[in-house]
Write a protein that binds this ligand. Structure first.
Ligand code: CA
Length: 423
């Protein structure tokens, strides 16, 4: 049976009805108190299946001459290509089925290979080769454009023709749970000369990351259909942003250091194959994109996204926004096809940021910039606390899940606490 079959059940009871049913099998990097090696596993219910352990036991098909999963990142696995991704996923699914005794009835192996998820430490699961970030939510681009240029010219002249993006920094992509220091930078106060100091308008950006698993050659352009096949999976992404640093530096070359100080990747990389049942049609594209950006049907994903904020020193958590990945105007496949259109080479482990995901309602905005409208309309949290931007001690938690036919595909968390600047 196909690993996405809704009738599949795992012998791990907690998998059924959880965010990590047998139909999900997202990849993560983890270590445990009694084994500090960082290794690769999949989330299944309340557990992690240690792929390094089941591979060593000879229970996975041999796809390479050396170990695929005895690594701290999934790059070696991804570099084997799409046929191996499907083959391994099929084998893991079979191993976890309720009617397969191989692992279920081997108490010693279960002891070695199943880890309690809440007792594990999660790490960055991918060696990030490059990081490109897009700007593909029409609602977000319109909101930001209104604040910068006014409602008449909210969308730039190119926006409906090109998936707008820029090359960001791979070096500062960090694992979920990593604290983020408020950046220092050059800021231009409204009245007076530029100063150097702590960012005063620190923001989050709710995004999805597509992880490129198949490389492209320099000088070689791929279609949207080929781009779709090159994507290994998706994770949550928080593209932390320093709005005041950004406002001063971005003319004329775009964002630079305002985005380069930290980006947080979510805990789990959900295989693109697991999200197949959640593909939906995106917004109508008018004008019709140029031929190289035309795409097959249903290239967006119906993934619910939520952002919570827990202020420092308080126990209360407030939900800031609830939106959906499906609202994106440009799909990931279009972004990746566009990325290669001049012959730019893509590498295994490249991260493609979707761009801030905002929806049509105010409750669906994907950044503080929009939620508090440039600081003009601070939002009120549980307990009466107000926020225009993020303050020191604030913890931001992103969550995501897709509802398939009878089960949920969860992405876990993408979280980080804001610490004071290193001044
Ligand atoms: Ca961004």
């Amino acid at each position: 049976m196909h690993p996405n079959d809704p009738s599949l059940k795992s012998f791990i009871d907690s998998a059924q009805g959880s965010d990590f049913p047998i139909q999900n099998l997202p990849y993560g990097a983890f270590s445990t108190a009694d084994d500090s090696r960082v290794r690769i596993g999949v989330a299944i219910g309340d557990n992690i299946l240690d792929l390094c352990a089941v591979e060593a036991a000879g229970l996975l098909p041999k796809m390479a001459s050396s170990s695929i999963f005895d690594h701290p990142v999934i790059n070696e696995f991804m570099s084997l290509g799409p046929a191996a991704w499907s083959g391994i996923r099929q084998a893991i699914s079979e191993l976890l089925r309720h009617d397969n005794p191989k692992l279920r009835d081997d108490a010693a192996l279960r002891e070695r290979a199943l880890v309690v998820r809440k007792d594990a430490t999660l790490h960055l699961p991918v060696r990030v080769a490059g990081f490109s970030d897009f700007y593909s939510s029409r609602e977000h681009a319109t909101n930001a454009g209104i604040m910068i240029r006014g409602p008449e010219n909210a969308l730039g002249a190119n926006w409906l023709h090109i998936p707008i993006g820029y090359n960001s920094r791979a070096s500062t992509i960090v694992a979920s749970g990593t604290p983020i220091h408020r950046p220092m930078g050059q800021i231009k106060p409204p009245d007076g000369p530029p100063i150097f100091g702590p960012c005063r308008r620190l923001d989050f950006e709710l995004e999805m990351a597509a992880i490129v698993g198949a490389p492209t050659q320099m000088g070689h352009r791929i279609s949207t259909a080929q781009a779709q096949e090159a994507i290994f999976g998706f994770a949550l992404l928080n593209d932390w942003s320093a709005r005041d640093i950004q406002a001063w530096e971005y003319v004329p070359l775009g964002p630079f250091l305002a985005k380069a100080f930290a980006t947080t990747l979510g805990q789990w990389i959900v295989p693109a194959e697991a999200l197949e049942p959640c593909r939906v049609e995106g917004p109508t594209q008018d004008p019709q994109p140029l031929p190289y950006l035309l795409q097959p049907p249903r290239m967006n994903y119906d993934v619910d996204l939520e952002v919570d904020l827990r202020p420092g020193g308080l126990n209360s958590t407030s939900t800031l926004t609830h939106t959906n990945f499906k609202y994106m105007y440009w799909s990931t496949a279009q972004q990746l096809a566009h990325h290669t259109s001049t012959g730019c080479a893509m590498s295994v482990g490249d991260v493609i940021g979707s761009g801030t995901i905002s929806g049509p309602e105010k409750s669906m905005y994907g950044s503080m910039l929009e939620l508090a409208w440039g600081g003009k309309e601070p939002i009120t949290l549980e307990g009466g606390v107000k926020r225009a931007f993020l303050e020191d001690g604030d913890t931001l938690i992103m969550r995501g899940w897709a509802q398939a036919n009878g089960y949920r595909i969860g992405f876990g968390e993408c979280s980080g606490e804001v610490l004071p600047s290193n001044s």
